[in-house]
Design a protein around this ligand. Structure first.
Ligand SMILES: *Cc1c(COP(=O)(O)O)cnc(C)c1O
Length: 408
């Protein structure tokens, strides 16, 4: 596919826009997605990077390997007995996206956003973020030599701001009580300023998230899971992963689509609440607090499309309490995975869906470990500490006691 005909299509009413469009959403507010004509003929090629092998599925002629920071290629691991018992499920896997360069899956979307900026000849990119996307864009912009402006809400942890800042990005911290309205306001400036402002649900980011579906396809050697659990906020991740599978099906590589599990914190569950209540539209949340601060979009633009897809494709939806998030974070850490609270939501959601028999005993589930626990060290301190403080003379006797009472 040398000459690709690429456009942006609004996801619910199929209005077509040029690929170059600066605004991330359609004029009617729907999210946009990339359409590549002739995707049915896409082939999988040779190449060391995932985007090289799946270049036919990507909206670029190629991606300059120099903009990469080594994202992707993350392991798909079989869950240990402890996690399988916790969920009541034999066939449980984890795809560890915390191994990306800035410790979250956001790097896949930043790769494609920077590729887009390069292709369009832009020198500045901007983003609105609760932290992880800002950090990721800052790192990728630094590598590619682009100026990055990051808008953040005032409530994000200082570690996240420091990480964005050290890469050289310009940070604008906005004192806004409501993240969603801040996002809408800032996005409204894009066209006026001729500035591409990328958010978590933009059409180019989701193209990067497709790469997770392609990796899962390769890693599961044709036996795709029944379900993929995804903690959801702006909705770009779940949309991108699913789009990857849809395109694999269009191109004849698979014949069945895995179902998504939409997971949110109970304190902010605009999508999950809507699905549970059988509603067609997002139920906006505001003035809430959750420790899962990477999933705090209370009124996600384009969220209705996810609700629509959930009904159409038989997806599941579950929310989890603050306490359940902490239990899951601890459970994952005790199995070797240090994840942030937003990521930890999925484990407990699966446990509940399994307990309600929404997920059957013989079905397989992949959990996307979206972000690293080190991104929010403050929350880690809320777990009890196992530290023992001793005078030097008492070390030997205490140690003896410890090693003779090892119980596994
Ligand atoms: C961004 C993010 C999410 C939510 O993804 P969306 O694309 O905004 O729905 C979940 N977990 C982590 C760690 C994130 O950084």
């Amino acid at each position: 596919m040398l000459q690709k005909k690429i456009s942006l299509i609004s996801t619910q009413s199929n209005i077509s826009y040029p690929f170059e469009r600066i605004e991330e959403f359609a004029d009617n507010g729907e999210s946009l997605e990339v359409r590549i004509d002739g995707i049915e003929n896409a082939k999988i090629k040779e190449g060391s990077h995932i985007w090289e092998r799946f270049v036919d599925f990507m909206p670029f002629r190629d991606i300059d390997p120099n903009i990469s920071l080594g994202e992707g290629n993350t392991p798909l691991l079989f869950a240990n007995q402890k996690l399988r018992d916790f969920c009541g499920l034999d066939d449980l896997y984890l795809k560890n996206e915390t191994q990306n360069p800035t410790w979250s899956f956001k790097d896949r979307g930043s790769l494609t956003c920077i590729a887009m900026a390069k292709e369009m000849g832009e020198k500045v990119v901007a983003t609105i973020s609760t932290g992880n996307m800002g950090h990721s864009m800052a790192a990728y912009g630094a590598k590619a030599g682009l100026k990055v402006i990051v808008f953040v809400p005032h409530f994000i942890p200082d570690e996240k701001i420091a990480a964005i800042s050290v890469h050289g990005a310009h940070i604008i911290k906005v004192l806004a009580t409501d993240y969603s309205s801040m996002k809408r306001h800032v996005l409204g400036l894009a066209n006026k300023l001729g500035l591409r402002i990328v958010t978590g649900n933009g059409p180019i980011r989701t193209e990067g998230y497709k790469l997770e579906a392609f990796e899962l396809y390769e890693q599961s050697k044709g036996k795709l899971p029944d379900y993929i659990a995804i903690p959801t906020s702006a909705c770009g991740h779940i949309r991108g992963v699913f789009k990857g599978f849809v395109e694999l099906k269009q191109a004849g590589f698979i014949n069945k689509l895995p179902k998504m599990i939409v997971v949110q914190a109970k304190n902010n569950s605009p999508i999950v609440s809507a699905i549970k209540q059988g509603k067609q539209h997002v139920i906006p949340f505001s003035n809430f607090h959750t420790i899962a601060e990477a999933i705090t979009t209370g009124n996600p633009p384009g969220g209705d499309e996810i609700i629509d897809k959930a009904y159409k494709h038989g997806w599941l939806a579950e929310d989890v309490s603050e306490e359940e998030i902490l239990i899951s974070q601890k459970m994952l850490a005790e199995s070797g995975f240090l994840v942030e609270p937003a990521t930890a939501t999925s484990l407990y959601a699966i446990k509940k869906l399994r307990a309600n028999a929404k997920i059957k005993e013989n079905e397989s589930v992949v959990i996307m470990l979206t972000g690293s626990g080190l991104k929010d060290a403050g929350v880690l301190r809320s777990h009890p500490s196992n530290t023992q403080e001793l005078e030097l003379e008492k070390v030997e006797s205490s140690l003896l006691n410890l090693v003779t009472h090892v119980t596994l």
